[in-house]
Write a protein that binds this ligand. Structure first.
Ligand SMILES: [Zn+2]
Length: 441
């Protein structure tokens, strides 16, 4: 089916971002096939979506998240922690150890529906459920396909629960990567998931590297999130985290290094040279009190830095704002970092995701995938190509998302879900499962 979005203010984004007022976009076969900026009527028989007084932007990309975290909302059972590893031990490792396959499916489903509501059309997920590993990625995939979004999945391999569970983690990654390669569509993709340097032995990392490389897959790993990850690597392996990952053949253009809060300049240079993507998660880093990544220095050194939420939100414009505030605080300068955070979300995330999904995304241009968010934003100050980023960060970030389209399919229209799911039933089931899960903690 073809769709025409008409009368909207189109913000193309991309390298030479432009703004076209009162313009139309024709979508055919999941792609943008025409953009008309001069009042030309497109697609005579197409379904029409009126975007009058609305902003039409590319769907947002969340480059690092954990869908399973949605069952932690309102959980009061975690003991206060003194540091980041304490947060993992008191909260996340207790929670993920109690997850069932059904929990994986429903926690993903609720977070994905919320993503649709915030115009987020692509997610790069990092999953953990050490007592329910086998089949967990297929369960999440089912949720992704039911919502129509684009997602890249992986299982976070770790030695923290012993050899047998590590084996199962290796196997789940391998199986799921093979399964995605067989399906070979641009909606669901896989990376090889690794928890973090400090919970992985050389032997396990080496095996993962071999399997991943043989399959041609990249890796998705937490890197130097807290200072303790670096301290552990130096104590046990005599080198920094990024040096260790390079030595064990984990880095490269297909690999995502999430966080990199404590990377030094030498590590930044390795990340740049290996073309490894870094994903910054400022809200999570603030919440865990681990520090603020120097994404300005990283980008200056040529590192591709994207933006994720680490499951703190599904709203990328909210994360964007926090990314800017924390750079101001870090550099004690209210005038730095603006284009660094803008580029992280609007240029670099499409590049990071484009490497994984093999399509042109994050831009409203002919030939790009039709992943689109329409925001209910009628600016009350002049808006054009010169100030659109200021509008997005300070203004449109406060607006509701009206319509979400992924791969040319309408997932929400006029704020009403257009997918074939019973949201009320899903929420009720999720609440029931979350209550059961909490009882186990
Ligand atoms: Zn994470």
């Amino acid at each position: 089916m073809s769709i025409v979005i008409e009368n909207g203010t189109v913000v193309t984004l991309g390298k030479s971002s432009e703004v076209f007022h009162n313009s139309s976009i024709l979508i055919e076969d999941g792609r943008i096939s025409r953009i008309a900026t001069k009042g030309e009527k497109l697609g005579k028989d197409a379904k029409r979506i009126d975007a009058t007084r609305k902003l039409v932007v590319p769907g947002f990309i969340n480059a690092h998240t954990h869908l399973y975290s949605s069952f932690a909302r309102g959980l009061t059972k975690a003991k206060p922690a003194d540091d980041f590893v304490g947060v993992l031990k008191n909260l996340w490792w207790r929670l993920d150890s109690a997850l069932t396959i059904e929990d994986c499916y429903y926690s993903a489903l609720v977070a994905l529906i919320e993503s649709i509501r915030h115009g987020t059309t692509t997610l790069i997920d990092h999953h953990a459920s050490p007592r329910a590993i086998t089949g967990s990625l297929r369960a999440i995939e089912r949720a992704v396909r039911e919502t129509g979004l684009r997602a890249c999945l992986c299982y976070e391999l770790s030695d923290r629960d012993g050899e047998q569970i590590a084996q199962e983690g290796l196997h789940e990654n391998e199986e799921f990567i093979r399964c995605c390669q067989k399906t070979n569509d641009n909606l669901v993709r896989a990376l090889f998931g690794l928890h973090a340097s400090f919970t992985l032995s050389d032997a396990t990392l080496g095996t993962a590297a071999k399997i991943g490389r043989d399959l041609g897959a990249g890796f998705h790993v937490h890197v130097a999130e807290a200072a303790s990850d670096e301290e552990y690597a130096q104590q046990h392996f005599g080198m920094r985290v990024v040096e260790r990952l390079e030595k064990l053949n984990i880095l490269g253009p297909q690999t995502i290094a999430a966080h990199c809060v404590h990377c030094n300049e030498k590590e930044m240079d390795i990340l740049a040279r290996t073309r490894t993507s870094v994903v910054h998660n400022p809200q999570s880093n603030g919440n865990n009190a681990v520090g603020i990544a120097d994404i300005i220095a990283m980008q200056k050194r040529g590192v591709l830095v994207g933006l994720g939420t680490d499951a703190m939100t599904t709203n990328m414009l909210e994360e964007l704002r926090v990314a800017l505030w924390v750079q101001h605080l870090r550099q004690k300068n209210p005038s730095v970092g603006f284009m660094d955070v803008i580029n992280a979300l609007f240029l670099n995330n499409p590049a990071v995701a484009g490497r994984i999904f093999g399509v042109q995304m994050g831009e409203l241009r002919e030939g790009c995938v039709a992943d689109i968010a329409i925001l209910d934003y009628d600016p009350t100050t002049p808006l054009d190509g010169t100030n659109v980023f200021g509008h997005l960060l300070f203004g449109a970030s406060q607006a509701a998302v009206d319509t979400t389209i992924a791969n040319g399919k309408v997932l929400m229209e006029n704020r009403v879900l257009a997918i074939d799911v019973d949201e009320e039933r899903i929420n009720a089931q999720a609440r029931e499962l979350a209550a059961k899960l909490w009882k186990k903690l």
